[in-house]
Design a protein around this ligand. Structure first.
Ligand code: 5AD
Ligand code: SF4
Length: 475
């Protein structure tokens, strides 16, 4: 069974695209790297930064492993299936590498990301054809690792670095930045100190670290100067970001948003993923005050049962979450909600599950993701008693997903006949068609050459497609 309720492009669990190809400006003798990204948006961002760093080593990116001199798999460890995907990909690559060697050509295989962090030595043991392994906090040392590989070594570099990787990563060239497109990711915070009992993130990404205001603002300005109009700020616990502001005071995430909104030519700001406990008043007020902060919030609750929330170590109750949503909606009435849910956490009874269904009905989601609980070795949840049977998990997931899909379609239908601003991103499949994004992230398809990528246009929605809206440009 497919686990996501919908297949949108920007979610932690969605298989992300490979880092964008960089054909322009390639040197005839340059090597090619294929970067395959699994998992969340932060991995997409990390892949881009690794590709930037490899560009400085003479590698251009390619969108197929077939002609690549190096293949880098940027992995996800959030659920069991995710790491299995890595091992089957490595099996295929081993054959490819053998073939390549027969023809006298190099093929370096690298593994990065959260599986690399969690299983570093295990990866090279299970897959000896892997040349290098770097973790999410050590990928700035990729050039050194590559130099060691060239000297015939196999490298596993997953020791947390004392230095700040962002200070050591090369800034992307203007050429590479211009390929980020209209909408780009910017990591502002990494790691998590919340220790939800089901989650591997605090172990794979480490404890919470916030990037400095200067680093973030500089990177945002460079992206905007290269043509980016929409920035999505990323963090495992993004609204836990904090740092010293321009005024010398300690800022929270809300203050950072007010600061970024001052950058000329930023058209839209988004952020993900947030924890309910870190939604403070300044952040809620930012939603009231900043037009460019989009009215769409991914705010996972995971369960609607207080008993299960306690066992998950979420440190809030279902009712706290519902009151919080009310406050957010009174600050920004057109706010649409997205969330994450886990069904079948150990000990979850039918009653607990009904509490989740009740919460979903009460909140009303525009879009959401739901997963069967997957025990992760080393997390406290895995050792809890009363694991739920697979079949029960399946049934609960099906019921939850049916409700969430119903809500998603109801939300999309409610937009038919309304006007909205759409940020155009790319041409559609048909001649003269463009695809853009609504404020609520839903793709919008518009015919008749409505404008160019990067234009913000006013449209009226005529109908809905599957996970999209169809609209016409307002006169
Ligand atoms: N099992 C199932 N789902 C999980 N998630 C995180 N860990 C697990 C797990 N062990 C889900 C949560 C989280 C999202 C990114 O993935 O819902 O918010
Ligand atoms: Fe994982 Fe919980 Fe941290 Fe989110 S808040 S990254 S679910 S530990």
């Amino acid at each position: 069974m497919k686990e996501e309720t919908t297949p949108p492009s920007n979610h932690p669990d969605h298989n992300a695209p490979a880092a964008p190809a960089n054909s322009a400006g390639s040197l005839p003798n340059s090597r090619k790297v294929f970067v395959k990204t699994y998992g969340c948006q932060m991995n997409v961002y990390d892949s881009q930064r690794m590709a930037d760093s490899l560009a400085a080593e003479g590698y251009v990116t390619t969108d197929t492993p077939d002609d690549a001199d190096m293949v880098l798999l940027n992995t996800c460890h959030i659920r069991e299936k995710a790491s299995e995907k890595l091992y089957s990909a490595l099996g295929r690559l081993r054959e490819m590498k053998k073939q390549r060697h027969k023809n006298g050509r190099e093929m370096i295989i690298g593994v990065a990301g959260c599986v690399a962090q969690a299983e570093g030595d295990e990866i090279v043991r299970r897959s000896p054809s892997v040349d290098l392994v770097v973790g999410p906090q050590t990928y700035h040392r990729l050039p050194q690792a590559l130099a060691q590989v060239r000297q015939g070594q196999q490298v596993v570099d997953t020791e947390y670095a004392v230095e700040d990787k962002f200070e050591h990563l090369p800034a992307a060239s203007r050429d590479r930045l211009s390929k980020r497109g209209v909408s780009a990711f910017l990591t502002v915070q990494e790691g998590c100190d919340k220790f939800c009992t089901f989650c591997v993130v605090p172990y794979t990404r480490g404890s919470e670290v916030s990037r400095s205001v200067t680093q973030i603002v500089n990177e945002a300005v460079r992206l905007v100067q290269a043509g980016v109009r929409e920035l999505t700020l990323l963090g495992q616990n993004v609204n836990g970001w904090h740092g010293i502001g321009d005024d010398g005071r300690e800022w929270g995430f809300g203050e950072l948003l007010y600061r970024l909104a001052e950058i000329p030519d930023i058209a839209r700001l988004r952020y993900t993923t947030s924890h309910p406990r870190d939604m403070d008043d300044v952040l809620i007020n930012a939603h009231r005050d900043l037009d460019i902060l989009m009215p769409y919030l991914h705010l996972p609750v995971q369960s609607g049962s207080d008993r299960i929330l306690r066992a998950m170590n979420r440190k809030h109750k279902a009712d706290d979450y519902i009151r919080l949503i009310e406050r957010i909606r009174s600050a920004r009435p057109d706010m649409a909600l997205s969330g994450d849910f886990i069904v079948g956490f150990p000990g979850e009874t039918d009653e607990d599950f009904e509490d989740t269904m009740r919460l979903v009905r009460e909140v009303g989601y525009a879009q959401a993701y739901s997963f069967k609980y997957s025990p992760r070795p080393g997390t406290p949840g895995a050792d809890l008693p009363a694991h739920v049977e697979e079949q029960v998990k399946d049934e609960r997931l099906q019921r939850l997903q049916a409700l969430l899909s119903e809500q998603q379609y109801a939300f999309q239908d409610s937009l038919v006949g309304t006007e909205m601003d759409v940020l155009l991103e790319k041409p559609g499949r048909l001649e003269g068609q463009m695809i853009g994004r609504s404020p609520w992230l839903i793709p919008v398809i518009i015919d008749k050459n409505p404008g160019e990528a990067g234009d913000m246009i006013r449209v009226r929605v005529t109908t809905t497609g599957t996970n999209s809206l169809v609209a016409e440009k307002c006169a």
